[in-house]
Design a protein around this ligand. Structure first.
Ligand SMILES: [Zn+2]
Length: 224
């Protein structure tokens, strides 16, 4: 069922609803969320928190990073999905299993919502940066990170910026604080405009990516 479901989605680009799923459309301040759930055991409180998180964070992320971001987004809680969450074509899928085991982790919607805002299409940049930006923005706009025990991890020997996600996000935060406030916004814009290339690090900070990482690894404290 899952394969057929995904194949249909990929083939048509059209929202396909599973027979047992219920869809409701929630609208607020010009934004619209089409919420689908095929898990009868989904906690109504968790569901409401996920929806609230979308309407709390998505408009802010759009306003800050991409004013042209699409205003109609789909969110599906799916019992068949085996990962944690994924996003494509303004459609976010979250594993229902994950919502049961991590009910406080509602900012998965923030991270995935940022992917909708990013809208890089065929990205000209590295995936580790795309994911690092999404977690940087979750750090910036997340509404329940602390309760979810989600934070940017301290630097540890052996890490690399290509580790992606939170490890990259903390490096981006360090760049913002130490070298260039607004770096993430600039990188995000260049990625979306497809003007991004490796010279961005030097342009924006005066240092190459590897020079920055070396300095970060030697002195990873975040300037206040
Ligand atoms: Zn992601």
């Amino acid at each position: 069922m899952k394969n057929l479901f995904l194949a249909l989605l990929a083939g048509s680009g059209v929202f396909v609803q599973q027979a047992s799923a219920q869809t409701e459309v929630i609208k607020k301040n010009g934004y619209s969320l089409s919420f689908t759930n095929n898990d009868p055991a989904l906690d109504p409180a968790t569901k409401q928190k996920l929806i609230n998180t979308f309407f709390e964070t998505y408009p802010k992320m759009a306003k800050t990073y991409n004013k042209d971001a699409i205003k109609t987004v789909s969110l599906a809680i799916d019992t068949a999905y085996k990962g944690v969450a994924a996003t494509g074509n303004a459609r976010i899928v979250i594993s229902s299993k994950w919502t049961h085991s991590h009910p406080e982790d509602v900012d998965v919607v923030t991270h995935e919502g940022m992917h909708v805002v990013q809208d890089y299409k065929e990205s000209v940049g590295p995936l580790w940066l795309t994911e690092g930006i999404a977690d940087y923005v979750r750090y910036q706009f997340g509404v329940n990170n602390e309760a979810a025990k989600w934070s940017l991890p301290d630097f540890k020997a052996g890490q690399n910026y290509t580790n992606s996600y939170r490890i990259t996000a903390r490096f981006l935060l360090w760049i913002e604080k130490k070298y260039k406030k607004g770096f993430v916004k600039e990188a995000d814009q260049q990625l979306r405009a497809h003007t991004f290339n490796q010279t961005i690090w030097q342009q924006q900070t005066g240092k190459t990516l590897d020079e920055l990482w070396k300095e970060y690894s030697e002195n990873p404290a975040l300037p206040s």
